[in-house]
Design a protein. Structure first.
Lengths: 113, 115
């Protein structure tokens, strides 16, 4: 079974600085999808960024980018120019082609003004 | 365009009772997945419904069952509630297996408390 590991329970960043959240996963599949979701205190899960495993190019969405290392099974999220509104729980997720999705335990990000 | 909606928002039940949670998918979506998120943890996949059938299932006992209706809405039923079933239950919708994006949109969740 696929597992997703987020080794940083909590991270803190100064406003306008850059922070990187780590994620590793374990799978025997060659094709899959990886996601980063944000869950603010309102608890609505919001998609931040998506990466298809067959794509070598790292995904980017405005201030959010990923470093996808398929061989190392690593999928980190970089947040540039951090804003107060970025404070939330961040979950890394693996989705197989069958459709089931596995989440990591999450990283709580605090943004200091 | 309404996103994923869930009802009720909060629910309190007694151990041993049964509960039904409801989910309406985002417009244009035909696949619904259910997740259990215990406090301080990541969501755990329960099961996924497509074409009114359970397509995938996570490691949850048979006390957890579901249903999908012709309009793609879905219900999650939990029988013989245990204290450990207390959690946030999230519903997510997506387009069917033929959709290459596989992007799921989540609802706000139902907070279930079992006493």
């Amino acid at each position: 079974a696929q597992t997703v590991t987020q080794s940083q329970p909590e991270m803190s960043v100064q406003e306008a600085e850059t922070v990187t959240l780590s994620c590793t996963y374990d799978t025997s599949e060659s094709d899959y999808y990886l996601f980063w979701y944000k869950q603010p205190p309102s608890r609505q899960m919001i998609l931040v960024i998506r990466q298809e495993a067959y794509k070598q190019q790292n995904a980017t969405e405005n201030r959010f980018s990923v470093n996808f290392q398929k061989a190392a099974k690593s999928f980190s999220l970089k947040i540039s120019d951090s804003q107060l509104g970025d404070a939330a729980m961040y979950f890394c997720a693996y989705r197989s082609l069958r459709g089931d999705m596995r989440f990591g335990a999450g990283t709580r990000l605090t943004v200091k003004p | 365009d309404a996103g994923v909606t869930q009802s009720p928002t909060h629910l309190i039940k007694t151990r041993g009772q049964q509960v039904t949670l409801r989910c309406s998918p985002k417009s244009g979506h035909d696949t619904v997945s259910w997740y259990q998120q215990a406090l301080g943890q990541g969501p755990q996949f329960i099961f996924q419904y497509y074409e009114e059938e359970e397509r995938q299932r996570g490691n949850f006992p048979d006390r957890f069952s579901g249903h999908q209706f012709p309009n793609y809405s879905s219900e999650l039923n939990v029988n013989a509630l245990l204290l450990g079933d207390s959690a946030l239950y999230l519903c997510a919708s997506s387009r069917g297996p033929g959709d290459s994006s596989y992007e799921q949109y989540f609802g706000p969740g139902t907070r279930l408390t079992v006493t």
